[in-house]
Design a protein around this ligand. Structure first.
Ligand code: FAD
Ligand code: NAP
Ligand code: NAG
Ligand code: NAG
Ligand code: NAG
Length: 424
């Protein structure tokens, strides 16, 4: 039998996970991972640089120097590869990068990875019986084309800033920075800084900057967080306007500020997908993706890691296994029409709950039923229930106290139970 040739684009956590499962079945799959940088790990490779790396590639990492994980390593891990047990639950970005490098080494993935090889273009070649993929890549100035039976897109979606349009932004004479380019709190010594947006970035960076800034304001459109905050951090509503040196909040109060730090999130971007792939991005909704993974029109084109507000590595593992269960034909996909109906149903259900289009791939606690659902469809093991239980506990702890939640230590006891203690 002819092997199924699979191209994996990107070797961050998602791409490594795809390669780990593809290369476990060498009799069936012939896999190649393409990574534009000279190392694996994606966003977990912290760099002091902003803008571009020395080779001109835009900086992929959105890590800052003092970042620690906002999930305990016990649930952050791929379920088949735990972090070392001697570490605290909330680890630094260096530890996560090392973990991913170890995962790569443990499963012998290096031999399948082409480093410093950038994917420029992906185009379908529609044949009589099946679609093939023409994949164009560049390494060291040399461009080549290869054919694959399937392409798995794992290029991440936290590298291209989503910049809001705020009236008066062009008149503001202070500093405007996006969280993608935030590195160290010392940059803002003795300044008045607004962190706009209270997602994970806004919530975490406001605390980091408070160690050095004069005053930090977490400005956002949600109901105020009820957590304790350092004395020099306060909350304000979102911004309605900027002037030369001040901000006007939505409650019409005005404040003089030095820095506007945009913690406003990121954009999906697949610059290498040719238009004929017909992948749409509308207000941060990627279409037409069945179960947020499989292109309904071209099912041999799939995407790992599209969802937001999740426990990423475990979900990547399920999504990869789902894709493989379709590629190896152990399971079959619904018809094109039935997939479109399912996509619409999922999206309309969100709109029905009052969510905006940009929440099309948000999961939160719904991720666990979703993970189980794709496991059932793909015919593989579900993630143990203890993952959901620990994730829920940590989410609640984070909500009640943003300052102290990373001080706790978690342990998995069995498939259902976990232990929690205050670290000393
Ligand atoms: C600031 C920050 C903090 C986070 N904290 C946590 C946390 O505490 N816990 C957690 O579980 N998750 C966290 N995450 C989520 C994180 O995104 C995921 O954990 C995970 O690393 C995503 O992996 P990925 O492979 O999808 O994307 P990435 O890590 O972005 O990897 C994508 C890779 O694709 C490569 N690539 C892109 N385009 C091309 C191309 N054209 N050709 C070749 N290669 C290409 C890139 O170079 C990169 O190496 C955080 C994210 C950010 C931004
Ligand atoms: N380990 C850590 O501690 C840590 C730290 C930082 C980031 N992260 C991770 O990094 C990823 C990205 O997180 P993120 O926070 O950068 O992005 P995000 O989750 O998309 O959050 C962006 C936030 O900005 C808000 N926003 C956008 N435009 C706005 C505007 N004009 N005014 C006010 N608010 C606005 C959004 O509001 P809406 O909800 O209304 O769209 C949203 O709440 C996540 O996976 C996260 O877990 C982890
Ligand atoms: C991080 O990425 C840069 C740019 O690709 C690379 O030079 C460096 O070696 C990487 N760091 C680690 C620790 O892998
Ligand atoms: C397509 O499938 C049919 C029926 O199996 C076969 O006869 C034909 O040769 C195939 N075409 C190509 C281009 O492989
Ligand atoms: C802000 O508060 C934090 C925590 O209470 C403190 O460590 C820091 O020194 C304060 N910054 C200034 C400039 O006062």
């Amino acid at each position: 039998m002819m092997k199924i040739r699979v191209a994996v684009i990107g070797c961050g956590a998602a791409g490594l996970c795809a390669l780990r499962h593809l290369t476990a079945r060498p009799e069936l799959f012939d896999a190649v991972g393409f990574e534009q940088l000279n190392n694996v790990g994606g966003t977990w490779n912290y760099t002091d640089k902003i803008g571009t790396y020395d080779n001109g590639i835009p900086v992929q990492s959105s890590m800052y120097k003092n970042l620690r994980t906002n999930l305990p390593k016990e649930v952050m891990a791929f379920p088949d590869y735990p972090f070392p047990s001697n570490l605290p639950s909330f680890v630094s970005h260096e530890v996560v990068l090392k973990y991913l490098e170890n995962y790569c080494e443990h499963f012998n993935l290096q031999q399948y990875i082409k480093l410093e090889t950038r994917i420029d273009k992906v185009e379908p070649i529609e044949g009589e019986n099946q679609t093939e993929w023409k994949v164009t890549s560049t390494c060291d100035g040399t461009t080549e084309c290869n054919k694959f039976d399937s392409v798995i897109v794992c290029n991440g979606h936290y590298a291209v800033p989503l910049l809001p349009e705020i009236p008066g932004m062009d008149k503001f004479t202070g500093t405007i920075v996006h969280s993608h380019n935030y590195r160290v709190p010392e940059e803002f010594k003795d300044q008045v800084v607004i962190c706009l947006g209270a997602g994970s970035s806004g919530q975490d960076i406001c605390l980091d900057i408070a160690t050095s800034a004069k005053q930090v304001i977490l400005s956002h459109n949600n109901t105020p967080l009820v957590t304790p905050l350092p004395s020099n951090v306060s909350q304000k509503p979102g911004i309605s306007e900027l002037t030369a040196d001040s901000v006007v909040y939505k409650d019409n109060t005005v404040e003089k500020i030095d820095v506007l730090l945009l913690c406003t999130g990121y954009k999906y971007d697949f610059p290498f997908l040719d238009d004929v792939c017909k992948v749409g991005i509308m207000d941060e909704r990627v279409t037409p993706l069945y179960k947020h993974i499989i292109h309904a029109k071209y099912p041999s084109l799939s995407f790992i890691g599209i969802c937001k507000q999740i426990c990423p590595f475990p979900q990547f593992q399920n999504q990869v296994q789902f894709v493989l269960s379709m590629l190896d034909k152990s399971q079959s996909l619904p018809s094109y029409e039935a997939m479109l109906v399912d996509i619409d149903r999922d999206f309309n259900e969100r709109l029905g709950r009052g969510l905006p289009t940009r929440y099309a791939h948000h999961m939160g606690m719904a991720q666990w039923d979703y993970n189980d659902a794709i496991a059932h469809l793909g015919g593989f093991q579900t993630i143990p229930k203890v993952w959901k239980a620990m994730y829920a506990q940590v989410s609640a702890r984070r909500k009640e106290n943003l300052i102290t939640y990373k001080k706790r230590q978690y342990d998995i006891v069995d498939n259902v139970l976990f232990k929690e203690k205050l670290d000393v």
